[in-house]
Design a protein around this ligand. Sequence first.
Ligand SMILES: [Zn+2]
Length: 248
Amino acid sequence: MGLKNTEAITLRTYPFREADRIVVFFTRTYGKLRGIARGARRLKSRFGSSLEPMSYVRVIFFAKENQELAVINSCDLLQSHAALRRTLEGSCHCARFAELLNEFSQEGEANDKIFRLFLAVLDLSPLLTWPARARYLETWLLRLEGVYPVFLNCGRCGHEFGKDTIHVRSGGHEALCRACSSSRDIPLTFSERQLVHEIFSRNITSIDWNCWNRQTLKNLGKLNSKLIQYHLEKTLKSDRFLKELDEC
Ligand SMILES: [Zn+2]
């Protein structure tokens, strides 16, 4: 079996042996991939900054069947996204995006829609704020996983929502009217639903994010975090850190 070549997004690394690192990538062709980058812990490593989270790279690797770890032959930067990691907020969000992609992806299962979604939210446009990138990413990721409900009628009684606040079940899939909902369901106002509609109908760079106030973005973030938590059956480590940063 020869060398394989694919585009990838670097997710995380951890030290391995004296001089190596294990790297986790989300590859365009092979889904999640774990491999050894030999010598990556050395000061002058040939891998340079290509192993930073959310780097867009071309990776060439060698993998034997039934072997858990691939051997990374080379990893070249296509887009470093380093500018996005220069602030504390930016590096925290990049770590969160990497954690989300790591949790939602499977080894050997490529998903081109998810791959393109992550590249889109890493667009270098200075007009995109972190809350905007995060809401776009989470909302689409949950939709592609089939978690987002349809917001037209109550899933129980069929009542048409109109401009009412709706109540989303904590596991997603279903939205209810007030009368059918319980206190555990998560409310979503008409304005928040309009933002979701906007996210599903436009590219991230063609949405006028200035139209959406901070509170609307924050409330949608709360719903998304609950749905992610329920879907993964755990809280993201980076969510706790970002919450602390937000409260500072
Ligand atoms: Zn109802």
